[in-house]
Write a protein of this length. Structure first.
Length: 153
C-alpha cells in the first residue's frame, strides 16, 4: 500500500465504518458481560477488513483475493473455537463464537467496499442478539407463570 492509498478518503471511511460496526456489536457484548467485548470486536472486524483490503490489492498471476477471504475465515474459526468451553456436559460460548464469525464477515464486506451493506448487516446482527434475548426472556417468564404450570405434569 502506498501513501496515496493511506491518505485516501475511502481508506479512512472504511476504517470509520469498521470501528462503528465492530464497536456497536462489541458494546452489546460488553453490556451483557460476554468474553468478546468492544475492543475484541473492533479488532476482529478491523483485522479482517485490513486483510481483505490488502488481498484485493494483490497483483500478479498467483494473486487470488478469494483465497485471502478463505484463510481469514479459517483463522477466525480457530479464534471462535477458543471462546467455546465445555464443562460437565454444558457448552458455553457458542453465541460469542458466532459473533466473532459475523464480525469477520462484516469486516470482509467492508474490505470489499460495501459499506452500507456492512452497516445493515450490523443492525441485523444486533437485532438478532437483542431481539432473540427479549424473546427468550419472555418465554422463560411465561413458563414460570400460570400457563407454565399446566405443561409440567
Amino acid at each position: 500500500m502506498d501513501l496515496a492509498n493511506v491518505l485516501s478518503e475511502l481508506f479512512w471511511l472504511k476504517i470509520l465504518v469498521t470501528l462503528l460496526c465492530g464497536g456497536l456489536i462489541g458494546f452489546e457484548r460488553q453490556w451483557r458481560g460476554k468474553p468478546a467485548g468492544i475492543r475484541t470486536s473492533i479488532l476482529i472486524c478491523l483485522g479482517t477488513e485490513i486483510f481483505v483490503s490488502f488481498g484485493a490489492m494483490l497483483d500478479g498471476p498467483a494473486a487470488d483475493p478469494a483465497r485471502v477471504v478463505g484463510q481469514v475465515i479459517t483463522g477466525v474459526g480457530f479464534l471462535g473455537a477458543g471462546v467455546i468451553m465445555g464443562k460437565e456436559g454444558i457448552v458455553k460460548g457458542v453465541t460469542s463464537a458466532a459473533v466473532i464469525w459475523i464480525l469477520a464477515a462484516i469486516g470482509v464486506v467492508i474490505g470489499m467496499g460495501y459499506l452500507f451493506t456492512a452497516l445493515a448487516l450490523t443492525l441485523v446482527a444486533l437485532g438478532v442478539l437483542v431481539g432473540v434475548e427479549f424473546l427468550e426472556s419472555t418465554f422463560k417468564k411465561l413458563q414460570k407463570g400460570v400457563h407454565g404450570q399446566y405443561h409440567r405434569g
